[in-house]
Design a protein around this ligand. Structure first.
Ligand code: SAM
Length: 292
């Protein structure tokens, strides 16, 4: 077994050898605690049948832990300066393929079809770049990839939003999207001291396991997510005001919106954040004929 990359000493030595300077704008905070990385791989349930998909391998700290347990690892790294470093640090592993690419622009279906066709299990595992956490998670959720789910490190504040309960300050449209596609569980919080350089916020590891079927029946997903976004547009406004102000054509359909709410037994004066996913589903199904 080779020495872990994720120690303060080895990480410093690699960075110095290559004269690497961190780019804050790319969310470059590297993990220097191998125990945390092994825990991430454990909770992702990575086995010799798994194809792991990593976003932002950095200098390979998590990649090597994945490579030791998975059948294959496919990783997307946006920063070209890291490619020669990864070629060096990951040279002991022949089951890793690095793509020099912005993951947000990557055709993940095509890469999975090419690189991970022969695995029976696929999982995204990443220490995400914090400046693009939400777009990355939304891409992974909405593209309906053939994956089991994801285990990702992100800002604690975002993890709290993903797993929030109705009526709390963290509950919002991101919560509903995550609940619609997955079962979410915050696994652990992680102090900033295990990163180099240290970020300004604490972090958390969250596991999202893809649902076979959504937890609610939605007639038109486009309208469902439009209704959810509109309901949270201005958190201090009532549900009725948010729907009429933020749905396209909402103002012209004020009376019908009020009628729908009353018929469903949803008080128009409630705030969007008090509705659970089942209420959003019945509301959007009733509004779909008006806005679909
Ligand atoms: N996995 C490493 C670790 O745990 O030490 C590095 C994690 S660091 C928080 C995030 C990594 O994502 C950096 O290597 C950064 O260059 C890369 N990155 C940032 N934006 C990206 C994007 N849009 N697509 C792919 N990689 C990106």
């Amino acid at each position: 077994m080779y020495k872990d990359i994720a120690t303060p000493g080895r990480t410093k030595e690699i960075l110095e050898r290559y004269g690497f300077s961190f780019k804050k704008s790319l969310g470059q905070n590297f993990l220097i605690d191998a125990n945390i990385l092994r825990k991430i791989v454990d909770v992702a349930d990575i086995s010799p049948d798994t194809g792991a998909i990593e976003i932002g391998p950095g200098i390979g700290a998590l990649t090597e832990q994945l490579a030791r347990r998975a059948k294959k690892v496919v990783a997307f790294e946006i920063d070209g300066r890291l490619l020669p470093i990864l070629a060096d640090t990951l040279s002991p592993y022949d089951n890793v393929r690095i793509f020099h690419q912005d993951v947000l622009k990557a055709d993940l279906h095509a890469v999975i079809a090419e690189e991970l066709a022969d695995v029976s299990d696929r999982m995204v595992v990443a220490n995400l770049p914090y400046y693009v956490t939400t777009p990355i998670i939304m891409k992974l959720l909405t593209e309906r990839l053939p994956i089991r789910g994801m285990v990702v490190m992100l800002q604690k504040e975002v993890a709290d939003r993903l797993a929030a309960k109705p009526g709390t300050k963290d509950y919002g449209s991101l919560t509903i999207a995550v609940q619609y596609y997955t079962e979410a569980e915050v696994i652990m919080t992680v102090p900033r001291t295990v990163f180099m350089p240290q970020p300004n916020v604490d972090s958390a590891v969250i596991r999202l396991v893809k649902r076979q079927h959504p937890p609610v029946v939605v007639d038109d997903e486009g309208v469902f997510f439009q209704v959810v976004r509109a309901s949270f547009a201005q958190r201090r406004k009532t549900l009725f005001n948010n729907l009429t102000n933020n749905l396209p054509g909402g103002k012209e359909n004020k009376e019908q919106i009020e009628r729908v709410l009353v018929a469903l037994g949803i008080d128009p004066r409630r705030r969007g954040e008090t509705l659970d996913i089942a209420e959003f589903a019945s509301l959007s199904n009733a509004l779909a004929p008006l806005f679909g």
